[in-house]
Design a protein around this ligand. Structure first.
Ligand code: GLU
Length: 550
């Protein structure tokens, strides 16, 4: 009996060969230098920031070179699978405008290299494993969990490397006859790769980000197919898929770096050229003095849904990630403020190799900046769309009077140095609530700063309202009138004069505008007071002031 017989006993129905599949999936016709990248998440119902980070790098690399970016769902570990997980992944990619060219979703396969869901590729994997069995590079292993535990304990006791390799991999020595006899007797088994590597030998591996690494060869006979669902493990499946889908660049987390020797050996066993690899650093978070891995369990911001729910603009999240992807991104973006991340030449070499710090404070600053540069119609549209999904309160406010809302968010916008008030769509209401009478109720707290005397506050507001307030004034006239009010009440309208002789005055123009501002809004830090007064209008302003008349 031969290995071929063994292969036929294990996969009696598999008739397709590797050559057949290679004909089915011929090389892509792309121009020289075009990169083919993929985002290959497991459908766990959660899209981690780290995975998304890889996806934007994939997208950038493929699009900039006229290549292809595709989505592959890696669901071979079906215990972890969650239904609708693909929908969440697609929704997120769509939201961030990084749609793959090829994918599978809603029973539709877009692209000629599918299926793009691993569990639908079972037969393809079986053909490839069958070939490895035929050439003596894969074999069934009948060792039970107890036997494997005993091997490990023994290795630990002797302080040896653990695993199924060398003299410990006893099943590799079974003859095809013995293996067939055990299979026919119904003994359970898994399929293992038969390594030819020597752990004592080293080889050079060129990671496009980390540079040349001197790694030990693989000598582990790893499991390539489990017995429960007859699906291959990640190691094996990605080799087959990246080969047949003609991936040129694999961008993945550095937790896979230690598996590189195995992956390279698997590609070589088939005589395939491995793709180029870019291993991305862990995404870290600063906590006090320490930097730690951003964690799915502890940090809401580890999930991509966080940014959507909070209302961060798309560009802000991408920009924050690009600043950690490439150290020179920020400088480039400051020099080219009107360009976006797709104009940037990403360089794997410039990626930090020791962990990338993702700072929410920094994201907030970027986001404030991005929002401040939107014109009012754009901000209106985005914030309204967001509110419909995540904030009934904002939605109601906007729908009641869209034009009023637009005028509010337009204050100090559409100018050279726009005001940076809002971090997210979710914080807009926190900044503008006082513009709405229905929210301007309850126990409001006022702090008039330097002026504390109730009588004085009343005089300022009343005099202003009775003698100087006129909705039709332009800004210059409005300001002249504020100055007249100061002069009338004994406050300095000219700061220079005030600084020279403060004792001549009760206070200065800022004290006056603070009283007006606080009575109008409760806040001493607001956008342009002239604009606020104009929008709130005489009648509502008077109502707000009247609370302080005595
Ligand atoms: N499915 C793997 C993961 O989610 C992807 C690794 C890769 O991109 O090759 O970690």
């Amino acid at each position: 009996m031969t290995n071929k017989d063994l292969a036929n006993v294990i996969f009696p129905d598999i008739t397709m060969t590797i050559e057949d599949y290679e004909k089915m999936y011929p090389g892509r016709e792309l121009k020289e230098g075009a990169k083919v990248t993929r985002f290959a998440p497991s459908p766990t119902g959660y899209l981690h920031l780290g995975g998304f980070f890889q996806a934007i790098i994939d997208y950038n690399l493929a699009k900039k070179t006229g290549g292809v970016f595709y989505l592959r769902i890696e669901d071979t570990d079906q215990k972890r699978e969650v239904s609708d997980a693909t929908a969440l992944i697609m929704k997120t990619l769509e939201h961030y405008h990084i749609m793959p060219n090829e994918y599978e979703h809603d029973d539709k396969i877009i692209g000629s290299y599918g299926p793009y869901v691993q569990s639908e590729r079972k037969e393809i994997y079986h053909a490839f494993i069958k070939y490895l069995i035929e050439i003596g590079r894969a074999y069934p292993c009948f060792c039970s969990a107890e036997t494997l535990n005993a091997i490990r304990e023994n290795q630990e006791k002797k302080k040896e490397r653990t695993g199924y390799y060398g003299r410990y991999s006893t099943c590799r020595n079974l003859s095809p006859e013995e293996a067939i006899r055990k299979i026919e007797a119904g003994e359970p088994y898994v399929l293992r790769f038969k390594s030819e590597g020597d752990f004592e030998r080293k080889f050079w591996f060129d990671d496009l980000s980390k540079g040349k690494l001197y790694l030990n060869e693989n000598d582990q006979d790893v499991v390539i197919m489990k017995s429960d669902n007859l699906l291959p493990t990640y190691h094996f499946a990605h080799v087959v898929d990246d080969h047949l889908m003609h991936t040129t660049h694999v961008v993945r987390g550095e937790e896979w770096l230690s598996s590189v020797p195995l992956h390279i050996e698997l590609f070589r066993a088939f005589g395939f050229k491995p793709p180029k690899y870019i291993h991305t650093p862990l995404i870290l978070k600063q906590e006090g003095d320490i930097k730690r891995k951003i964690s799915k369990r502890k940090d809401p911001e580890a999930s991509m849904s966080y940014y959507i729910e909070q209302g961060y603009p798309v560009e802000a999240v991408i920009e924050a990630l690009m600043t950690i992807a490439n150290s020179n991104y920020e400088e480039w973006h400051t020099a080219n403020p009107d360009k976006n991340f797709m104009d940037f030449e990403f360089s794997p070499k410039k990626m930090s190799s020791s962990g990338a710090l993702f700072d929410l404070e920094k994201l907030n600053n970027i986001s404030k900046n991005v929002i401040s540069k939107m014109d009012k119609e754009t901000l209106y549209r985005y914030s309204y769309e967001w509110s419909k999904l995540y904030s009934k309160e904002l939605q109601d406010i906007i729908e009641k009077d869209p034009e009023y809302y637009k005028s509010i968010i337009n204050i100090e916008r559409e100018q050279k140095k726009p005001r940076k008030d809002y971090e997210t769509y979710g914080t807009i209401l926190k900044s503008i609530w006082y513009m709405y009478d229905e929210l301007f109720v309850g126990n409001l707290s006022y702090d008039f700063k330097n002026i504390t005397d109730e009588k004085e506050i009343s005089i300022i507001l009343k005099t202003y309202m009775d003698k100087y307030f006129d909705e039709t004034d332009d800004k210059d006239i409005w300001f002249q009138k504020i100055k007249l009010l100061c002069d009338e009440l004994g406050y300095a309208s000219d700061m220079k004069a005030y600084k020279e002789n403060p004792e001549n005055y009760k206070g200065n123009i800022t004290d006056i505008t603070t009283v007006i501002r606080v009575a109008l809004t409760t806040s001493s830090m607001t956008p342009d007071l002239y604009e606020l007064l104009k929008l709130i209008g005489k009648e509502r302003t008077e109502d707000r002031f009247a609370k302080f008349y005595c």
